[in-house]
Design a protein around this ligand. Structure first.
Ligand SMILES: *[C@@H]1O[C@H](CO)[C@@H](O)[C@H](O)[C@H]1NC(C)=O
Ligand SMILES: *[C@@H]1O[C@H](CO)[C@@H](O)[C@H](O)[C@H]1NC(C)=O
Ligand SMILES: *[C@@H]1O[C@H](CO)[C@@H](O)[C@H](O)[C@H]1NC(C)=O
Ligand SMILES: *[C@@H]1O[C@H](CO)[C@@H](O)[C@H](O)[C@H]1NC(C)=O
Ligand SMILES: *[C@@H]1O[C@H](CO)[C@@H](O)[C@H](O)[C@H]1NC(C)=O
Ligand SMILES: [Zn+2]
Length: 850
């Protein structure tokens, strides 16, 4: 049996997902050789020494506008003047012989100053900004080239970093922005526990406002939209000057000792002093720690790769980035400072109040929190390009506002709200499902519900549960709401599983029957299969191959109200002539059998869900347009969930299986989270709103609901060509006397009026109420369920069907129901019976659901 392995595989995969989702990013990774680590630390120690021993102005590379170096004659002493003019640092990437694009350093510094001035004004009168930059921002950038282009062939990596084995240094480097425009997302982590550089070293009480500089780190995502289409994520380290609202961050790698040279890239001496003092201290501490644990802690603390344990031995070259970020002043209207008090101190005080309230909510005031806005200038000294954020004054407001986003607290609040909303939505789905289960509790109603529609809902709930559970593992601030989602989706999953199991129990015999029929079609020589009652169905494929019963079975009229006893009697008395109950002559599925079959199905569902989860995780790193296409297709497939139900309605010829409340409620609830990501511009996942895709998906769902409605009103097979579907059993057939050969007349009506039995009274057309010439005889019979008289119009032999198409005829036919085993009952009686059992009350043969 395959299912135990299936389950084992699934459980293994689930464990793998949990492990993937919960494993910390800072694991030790692969164990690199200790000498490798020691060498790296020695290089970094040396770099720190360089940083400690240099001063402002020690890095003064030759600039573009400088006159070309005079040709010094071979062997002669270098010109003392140029020696003094151009200064380089003995740091990897900062040396003259490395040939990085430092001739544009002054341009970078000018741009930084210009962008700061645009944002907050000149340094002397700079406006106060947020002191805590922790948050997420995003926006568009525009590329500018350096004065001389750089290619990967411009560099000799083995000369720049002699001790490092580079992988793929002869191909284009990664993170190489090639398009003219693209997107950028920055996640700044401005930690209050980070090392800081106080205003005055010996001040005893350190006030936050008195800080000169603070260490900061950030994660940048650069989307090269117009160029390669790829997106790169990188980790940046640097310094934040809270008073000025400026940050300088850089990547660090084996070919660029960015963090050690960072103070030399600042724009002002003041920035240089504070950052050098700060970095001297903090880098020393970090190196000390690393030197003590060369074996257990091999991660380079300043690496820009988020996940690459192999980086230590075989790094791949990538472009280096230097980010200058300027935080923008807050919207004065939202700040709520009184007009008379708009001095910088008052504004700073107001900002301080907002930040305190955000971090430690006291419930004071409910004001709108201004957004977090930054502008950035990015310089890549090795790949030779600038990325500048788009916004005023160079661009209009509509074209871009530099980088806009929210502070961390607001971001987390948004996430929590979304997750809570999700919990409510899943709770609503659960309630709808419970109500629907109460309504469809009988075999005949369960038989109408599509198993696959249920499967799709269960699959979605299960994936939500897995996602929420994995999220809860690592969530801290959003733990409670995500636990709520986990619980509700678990409940929803359990109830859904139960519902599916019920549906399965009812529909399983039908599937087996289909399988048998398929088998029989494959082996047409099954003429001996006369005992199978199904052969007598007017199915076009089977009627031709099966012989008819030689004679009509005897008339069976029940004698008392005890249906069960009658059934027992009937089955024992007429075993020879009546078809035996299905359950007797085919392999009955035991409960055990059913269960394994069901767990097989659930195992398969689990595997599908896990595959989709893995694929979606992988999709996160795909090109944006492919990723968008993938998610659009996935959602389209998910929200096609009524399609199997529509098919089943057609197949079973039933008008409506699920209540309108369930269909519409589920559709709306399942569409809502999708709508959040597709329509809301400021959604927390920063998904680009895509109204067109959403309209297509919502329209498709809307169309499915309309088709369900049309099926309910116009009939399930409305618009479906005849012959596409196996004919469903017609419970209200036109009865004809000359149709005896097909066994067409129900038991009890077979005898002709010329030889009436004692139990059957026949009135011919003249005696009937209608005085007109009539083609029908009305046969009268007792209904086995209610024992009342049942009048059945039967078309006389050779006569035209007078009621063809007539409403009266249709209504007359609606009064009685004929089962496949050719028993006839009042419609109301049999329908009532079928709500509880899908078996013929007389012979216990299985009945097709309505
Ligand atoms: C930096 O240099 C000074 C002397 O110039 C020395 O006292 C100090 O220990 C050095 N700091 C580090 C971290 O190397
Ligand atoms: C630069 O540093 C290296 C060690 O990394 C050292 O061997 C070399 O002598 C230094 N060069 C200068 C000019 O100081
Ligand atoms: C790169 O540098 C190494 C070591 O300095 C040298 O041996 C090699 O010839 C250089 N390669 C090129 C292409 O210049
Ligand atoms: C970056 O891309 C440009 C344009 O495709 C290319 O010419 C250049 O060589 C690349 N730079 C590096 C370092 O790979
Ligand atoms: C800034 O806010 C974040 C989020 O509340 C907090 O974790 C961090 O410590 C704060 N940083 C400072 C410097 O206050
Ligand atoms: Zn009846």
């Amino acid at each position: 049996m395959p299912q135990p392995q299936d389950n084992a595989r699934a459980i293994f995969l689930i464990l793998l997902i949990f492990w993937l989702a919960t494993s910390p990013d800072s694991g030790p990774g692969l164990i690199a050789g200790p000498t490798l680590i020691k060498n790296r630390l020695a290089r970094q120690r040396h770099a720190l020494g360089v940083l400690n021993s240099t001063q402002w102005g020690d890095f003064a590379p030759r600039l573009v506008d400088d006159p070309p170096e005079p040709e010094t004659p071979e062997g002669s002493e270098p010109d003392a003047e140029t020696e003094a003019k151009y200064k380089y640092l003995n740091l990897t990437g900062f040396r003259e012989e490395d040939h990085y694009a430092w001739e544009d350093l002054q341009r970078f510094r000018d741009r930084c100053d210009e962008w700061s001035a645009n944002a907050v004004g000149i340094p002397e009168t700079a406006q106060p900004v947020w002191q805590n930059a922790t948050g997420v921002v995003r926006g568009w950038w525009q590329k500018a080239n350096t004065s001389t282009p750089r290619y990967h062939s411009s560099y000799n990596l083995s000369a720049i970093s002699p001790n490092v084995q580079w992988a793929g240094s002869n191909s284009d480097w990664s993170r190489n922005a090639t398009g003219a425009e693209g997107k950028m997302m920055l996640r700044v982590e401005d930690d209050e526990n980070a090392e800081t550089e106080p205003e005055e070293i010996d001040k005893i009480v350190l006030d936050k406002a008195e800080l000169k500089a603070r260490e900061v780190s950030a994660t940048a995502t650069i989307d090269d939209v117009e160029g390669t289409g790829s997106s790169w994520e990188m980790r940046l380290h640097g310094v934040h000057w809270p008073r000025q609202g400026a940050m300088l961050l850089t990547t660090t790698s084996e070919k660029f000792q960015g963090i050690f040279g960072l103070p030399h890239l600042t724009t002002r001496a003041e920035f240089f002093e504070s950052s050098q003092a700060l970095l001297n201290r903090t880098l020393d501490k970090a190196l000390d720690r690393k030197e003590q644990h060369t074996f257990t802690d091999q991660i380079d603390p300043w690496t820009s790769n988020l996940d690459a344990p192999g980086e230590a031995w075989n790094p791949t070259p990538h472009c280096e980035y230097v980010f200058y970020i300027q935080i923008h002043p807050l919207d004065q209207d939202l700040l709520g400072v009184q007009p008379s008090l708009t001095g910088p101190e008052n504004v700073a005080k107001a900002i301080q109040d907002i930040e305190d309230e955000l971090r430690f909510p006291q419930g004071t005031g409910h004001r709108k929190i201004p957004q977090l806005q930054m502008s950035a200038v990015v310089f890549s000294p090795d790949c030779g390009f600038f990325l500048e954020t788009k916004g005023p004054p160079a661009f209009t407001h509509a074209e871009g506002l530099h980088l806009v986003g929210v502070k961390q607290e607001i971001f987390l609040h948004n996430v929590s709200t979304f997750i809570l909303g999700l919990a409510l939505i899943v709770f609503g789905q659960l309630q709808l499902l419970k109500i629907q289960m109460r309504e469809t509790s009988t075999p005949s109603t369960l038989g109408r519900v599509s198993f696959y529609t249920g499967c799709m809902m269960l699959l979605a709930d299960g994936m939500l549960f897995t996602g929420a559970a994995a999220w809860s593992f690592s969530a801290s601030t959003t733990l409670l709401p995500s636990l709520a989602v986990t619980c509700v989706s678990f409940l929803s999953m359990t109830v859904g599983t139960f519902f599916l199991a019920e549906i399965h129990k009812v529909q399983e015999p039908e599937w087996r029957r289909q399988e048998r029929e398929r088998e029989r079609q494959n082996t047409p020589a099954t003429t001996t299969n006369t005992t199978n009652p199904l052969n007598r169905r007017p199915s076009p494929t089977t009627t031709t191959t099966t012989p008819r019963p030689a004679a009509s079975p005897p008339i069976i009229i029940p004698s008392d109200q005890d249906i069960d006893a009658e059934i027992a009697e009937a089955t024992t008395n007429n075993n020879a002539t009546l078809p035996a109950p299905v359950t007797a002559n085919t392999a009955t599925p035991t409960a055990q059998n059913l269960r394994t079959q069901l767990s097989n199905i659930f195992g398969r569902l689990l595997l599908i869900g896990i595959c989709i989860l893995f694929l979606s995780l992988a999709a996160a790193s795909w090109r944006p347009n492919i990723r968008a296409a993938y998610f659009n297709i996935l959602l389209f497939a998910y929200l096609s969930l009524w399609v199997p139900q529509i098919y089943r309605n057609v197949y079973r010829n039933c008008r409506r299986a699920l209540s309108w409340r369930f269909v519409i409620g589920q559709s709306i609830l399942r569409l809502l989270p999708v709508a959040y990501f597709y329509i809301v511009p400021g959604n927390f996942a920063f998904a680009e709103p895509d109204r067109v895709a959403f309209l297509v998906i919502a329209g498709w769902l809307w169309l499915q609901i309309w088709i369900l409605a049309a099926q309910s009103v116009l009939g399930p097979r409305f618009g479906v060509p005849k012959g596409w579907m196996p004919e469903a059993w017609e419970y209200h057939p036109v009865l004809r006397e000359d149709n005896v050969e097909a066994g067409g007349l129900p038991i009890g009506l077979v005898s002709t009026p010329t030889s009436p039995t004692s139990l059957e009274r026949v009135r011919t057309g003249d005696e009937a109420r209608d005085k007109k010439k009539s083609n029908t005889n009305t046969h009268v019979i007792d209904c086995a369920i209610c024992r009342e008289v049942l009048e059945v119009p039967v078309v006389k032999a050779g006569a035209e069907d007078p009621t063809a198409g007539g409403v009266a005829g249709v209504l007359a036919r609606r009064a009685y129901m004929v089962t496949p085993c050719r028993h006839i009952f009042h419609s109301a009686c049999l329908e009532g019976w079928m709500r509880f059992r899908l078996q013929c009350p007389i012979c216990r043969e299985e009945l097709p659901p309505l």
